[in-house]
Design a protein around this ligand. Structure first.
Ligand code: HSE
Length: 298
């Protein structure tokens, strides 16, 4: 018996929600096949589309799988094949997609004893391997869909928020690899009271906007006091990409996860495609490749 899973890409942080907010992209992601085996434990059979370790302890899907197996103690094992579409170090949750997919599939093959919300903790163990910190803002939306807000890490308390119907994301991935670990190491460990007040206002505004489908409030809340000033320096053409998105009518935008991807949110597919075009124009002469995705959010 085996299961085939779509493992969605995600945008973490959404500017004002560093480590506490993320959203699932409906049409960008990896695929994974997990098969039951007689032999206990977990084996990564193959990874197609990326050069990543097959060794279970060194692979995010493997580590997340081991954490869940330890909990469920099934009397059979699992063999995982991963078809990677999301590039590692892209900022749209590549490691989270694999971690979330592994725990989702294993749980399903065990008869779904845990809820998707309960699986988040186990998927986070894969994230810890990838980034040095077990953050949930990619794995939670990958497992729950829509937006996921991490109200608290200890104890882990996650709130799922449905996305307003017409919300679309545009994401551009300049193909320079930026490791989450490195993008975390440049961050300042302190913020001022003034910055914290602004950030709280924006995060509150964004959450209110999501609940009330207030697109203007959503856009006006997409600002970041904490990480953008440091991380934007690592992203080529960041300011131009963001400005181009605004000029093309985006509600707002910022760095996707740890970068280097840059995201913008728009109202409606047409608007999001216009933003994609404007971003493409910015990088047309760049000496690096770019992937651009336009995705609904649900
Ligand atoms: N919240 C995490 C960070 C997301 O920004 O470091 C990493 O994908």
């Amino acid at each position: 018996k085996q299961i085939k899973i779509f493992c969605p890409a995600t945008i973490a942080n959404l500017s004002c929600g560093f480590d506490v907010l993320g959203v699932c992209l409906d049409n960008v992601g990896d695929e994974m096949i997990i098969a039951k085996t007689e032999e206990k434990g977990v084996r990564i059979k193959a990874i197609i589309g990326a050069d990543l370790p097959l060794e279970v302890e060194k692979n995010v899907a493997g580590v997340a799988a081991l954490a869940l197996i330890e909990k469920l103690q099934p009397d059979f094992g699992f063999e995982i094949t991963i078809y990677k579409n999301i590039k590692a170090g892209s900022g749209i949750g590549s490691s989270a997609a694999s971690s979330a997919g592994a725990v989702y599939g294993i749980n399903a093959l065990c008869g779904s004893p845990l809820s998707n919300k309960e699986l988040i903790y186990y998927a986070m163990q894969g994230e810890a391997l990838a980034s040095g910190a077990p953050h949930a803002d990619n794995v939670a939306p990958a497992l729950l869909g829509g937006f996921a807000f991490i109200h608290s890490y200890e104890p882990l308390n996650i709130v799922h928020i449905d996305a307003p119907e017409e919300l679309y994301a545009t994401v551009i991935h300049p193909q320079i690899e930026l490791k989450t670990k490195d993008a975390r190491s440049v961050l300042k460990q302190t913020v001022t009271l003034k910055q914290a007040i602004k950030q709280c206002g924006n995060l509150g505004g964004l959450i209110c906007g999501l609940y009330t489908s207030d697109y203007e409030l959503i856009g006006n809340s997409l600002h970041d006091e904490f990480v953008e000033p440091k991380r934007s320096l690592l992203i080529p053409n960041y300011a131009q990409l963001k400005q181009a998105a605004y000029d093309a009518g985006a509600l707002g935008g910022g760095i996707s996860g740890a970068g280097p991807s840059v995201f913008a949110l728009s109202r409606g597919k047409e608007a999001a495609e216009k933003v994609a075009q404007a971003m493409r124009e910015v990088v047309k002469d760049a000496d690096y490749e770019c992937d651009i995705h336009v995705s609904p959010i649900n």
